[in-house]
Each structure stands twice: as structure tokens, then as C-alpha cells.
Design a protein around this ligand. Structure first.
Ligand SMILES: Cc1ncc(COP(=O)(O)O)c(C=O)c1O
Length: 390
């Protein structure tokens, strides 16, 4: 009898993201869990969200809001978003044509990039950059043109931006308040952005998930404040960040009617419609302005509390004007690389942080770590107690 040897064929695919491995975020979270460390690495609150909002999601489910909702988002929610934008930024947005509810801010950014990019296009990205930006550009066959923010202020070097703009520049990504550094854009930055993009085909992709997490009476410079810039922008938001429910993964994108029309063609086949009961609950919750108007102060108190605790350590604070995050220099403590000290602090001191170098694609070491202070006071106290000993 003739036996044919069975050959197991493993299908081979070509990686779309050959340079992406296990990120330091995953490494740090696993390490934090293994070492039972206090996790000031990942950006999520450890305090509860509004019970009222949870109850109204329950009510919406009980009332039968459990089937597909409108593809572009539950209409009353889009109307509430438009009212909020008008109230905050004095800009009239058409909820029919300019707002799309999405499964989170990251998806809104990805879809915006997919909408505008053709292979070979270039997108200007500032580093340190939120980890999804560059992979989202590259998955679309486009090229990320990385520009470092100045250190230690983490500001945009506009002359350098002008230098990097070319015929191929299709987009500029901005993020204010900024993850990981807590820096914010000023009205002068907006002027510069206008000057750079005027009379070009450049689309601005603005990540404003931390719009309310802004401190010291500073004003959030939303693209939505500037109708001329809105015409060439996609602006992304996240309910998870506003209402302390990052696990909900619900957000929205705002743009001009013409750009949003193209965005929705992609959204239609990638997601179609988002979680219904949560949208129903948010439609009325959004009308309670105090919930978002008081948020900046609430998180600022946490920043201040954490800064007070950390002033007893050898860590030196860099300014944070917004977001969940503050960057600290460890220059007075060690010569180690950011990654090495972050790993050692997790293992030996039981406090997990994120090396800011993780937000750069090229080797960078400014001897700084990112701490998330959106935590209960007891969590922040426990962490600082361990760091005082260094
Ligand atoms: C700058 C920035 N953009 C977007 C997101 C993601 O928002 P979402 O969870 O709604 O996708 C985050 C979350 O950490 C972020 O820090």
C-alpha cells in the first residue's frame, strides 16, 4: 500500500503591521498583575461611574431599546451632541449630516484616516503619540511623518512642521489635551495650524477625547470653535473618558457634511450601528451640563493631590494642563533607561508606570515616566508611599 505523507499546511500571511509586537503597555499591565503592583500605567479610572447613568442604561434595555439603532447614531443622542457643541464652542453642527456615533474614539480616528488616505500619502504625527495613530496610518498604506514635540514643554515646533509639509501631505494629527504628556494647544497653535493648512488639501485629524479634562482655568482649543478649520477636519470624542466608563467604548466623530458622507460609507460596513441602550441613556444624560462642566475640576483635584504626594519623592513633575496623565522626571533617582526603570519600579516597588519612550518610534530617552492620576486618593497615596523610599 502506498502511503502519502500528510503535510500540514500552515497558511502564510504577510503581516500588515510587521513592526508591531507586544507593546510596552501590555508588558507593563501583565507585569503589574504578576507583581500585584499599583497600576498607574494604564489610563483608566479606578473610581465608579455615575449610578444614574448605569440605571438609565438598564431602563433603556427594559424599555426594549435592544435592536439596531440608526447607522449614524441614535437621533436624539446626535441632537444632544449638537446642542452641547453649540453651548460649548458656539458652533452650529447639523446632527443629520455632521455627527456619527462610533465604537470609541480610536475607531473614530481610524475611520477618519481610512476615509482620507490613499497609498503613498503622508500624515504628520507628533511624538510622543498615542499608540494607535501610526499603525492606523500605515494600515492604510500611508506614511507617518514623525515630528518630535519639544522637550520638556511638549510643544509643536511649527517651523519644523512647515518644513515637513509636502505635496504628499494628506493629514495632520493633533491631540489636545495630550496623552501622554498633559500638554495642550494654545490659540497661537491654532493660528499656526491654520497658516500651515490654508490653501492646501490637508485634513486635520483632531483627537479631543480629553476635551473636558483641562486644568487651571485653561480653555480647550477645540477645532469645533473654528468653522473654517472644521471644513477640513475630523474631530474625535470618547464617552468613556467623559463619564468614567472606558469599557463602554463609545464615542463620536464630527466633520463637515462632505467629509462625513465619505466617513459613513466606511462606517456602514465596518460597524454599522453602535450599542443602542447606552446611546439612549446618553441622549438625556448629556443634557445635564454639570456632569461634564465639573469634570475638569474633579480631575484637577486628583492631579493636585498626586502632585502633593509626589513632592515628597525625588521625582520631578513636568507640567500637566489636562488629560489623565502627568509626566515625571527621574533624573535625580537613576541613570537607567525609561523602560528599565519602569520595569524595576513595578517589580521592586510595586508601582507600574509607562515609559514615555513607548510613545516614540525612534529611540528616545528623556528620563521621564507617565503616571495616570485618575485614581482614588487611596490608590495615589499607596503608590506615593512606595515611591518615597527611592
Ligand atoms: C489620546 C487618546 N485618544 C483616544 C483614546 C481612546 O478612546 P476610546 O477608548 O474611546 O477608543 C485614548 C484612550 O486612552 C487616548 O488616550
Amino acid at each position: 500500500m502506498h502511503h502519502t505523507k500528510q503535510i500540514l499546511l500552515h497558511p502564510q500571511i504577510q503581516s500588515k503591521l510587521p513592526n508591531v509586537g507586544t507593546t510596552i503597555f501590555t508588558v507593563m499591565s501583565v507585569l503589574a498583575a504578576e507583581n500585584n503592583a499599583i497600576n498607574l500605567g494604564q489610563g483608566f479610572p479606578d473610581f465608579p461611574m455615575s449610578e444614574e447613568l448605569v440605571a438609565s442604561v438598564n431602563e433603556a434595555m427594559k424599555a426594549g431599546h435592544n435592536q439596531y439603532v440608526h447607522m449614524n447614531g441614535y437621533i436624539p443622542l446626535r441632537e444632544s451632541i449638537a446642542e452641547k457643541v453649540e453651548f460649548l464652542y458656539r458652533t452650529a453642527i447639523n446632527p443629520d449630516t455632521q455627527i456619527t456615533v462610533t465604537p470609541g474614539g480610536t475607531y473614530a480616528l481610524y475611520t477618519a484616516l481610512t476615509t482620507i488616505l490613499q497609498p503613498g500619502d503622508e500624515v504628520i504625527v507628533f511624538e510622543p503619540a498615542y499608540d494607535s495613530y501610526i499603525p492606523s496610518i500605515e494600515l492604510n498604506g500611508a506614511k507617518a511623518i514623525r515630528i518630535p514635540l519639544t522637550f520638556p514643554g511638549y510643544k509643536i515646533d511649527w517651523p519644523l512642521v512647515k518644513n515637513k509639509v509636502s505635496e504628499r501631505t494628506r493629514g495632520i494629527m493633533i491631540n489636545s489635551p495630550h496623552n501622554p504628556t498633559g500638554s495642550i494647544l494654545s490659540s497661537e497653535d491654532i493660528e499656526q495650524l491654520r497658516a500651515v493648512t490654508q490653501d492646501t488639501q490637508i485634513i486635520i485629524v483632531s483627537d479631543e477625547v480629553y476635551e473636558h479634562l483641562i486644568f487651571d482655568n485653561k480653555q480647550h482649543e477645540s477645532i469645533l470653535k473654528y468653522p473654517d478649520l472644521m471644513e477640513r477636519s475630523f474631530v474625535s470624542f470618547s464617552f468613556g473618558k467623559v463619564y468614567h466608563c472606558t469599557g463602554w467604548k463609545l464615542g463620536y466623530s464630527i466633520s463637515s457634511p462632505a467629509l462625513m458622507k465619505e466617513f459613513r460609507k466606511i462606517h456602514q460596513f465596518n460597524c454599522f450601528s453602535c450599542d443602542t441602550p447606552k446611546q439612549v441613556a446618553l441622549a438625556s444624560f448629556l443634557k445635564q451640563k454639570e456632569n461634564y462642566l465639573e469634570l475638569g475640576k474633579f480631575i484637577q483635584n486628583k492631579r493636585d493631590y498626586f502632585q502633593g504626594l509626589m513632592s515628597q519623592t525625588k521625582f520631578e513633575a513636568l507640567p500637566s494642563y489636562g488629560s489623565y496623565f502627568q509626566v515625571y522626571s527621574y533624573k535625580k533617582i537613576s541613570e537607567e533607561s525609561e523602560k528599565d526603570i519602569a520595569i524595576r519600579l513595578t517589580k521592586e516597588r510595586g508601582v507600574a508606570t509607562i515609559p514615555v519612550s513607548a510613545f516614540y518610534t525612534s529611540e528616545t530617552n528623556n528620563q521621564v515616566l507617565r503616571f495616570c492620576f485618575a485614581k482614588n486618593e487611596s490608590t495615589l497615596e499607596a503608590a506615593a508611599e512606595k515611591l518615597v523610599l527611592l
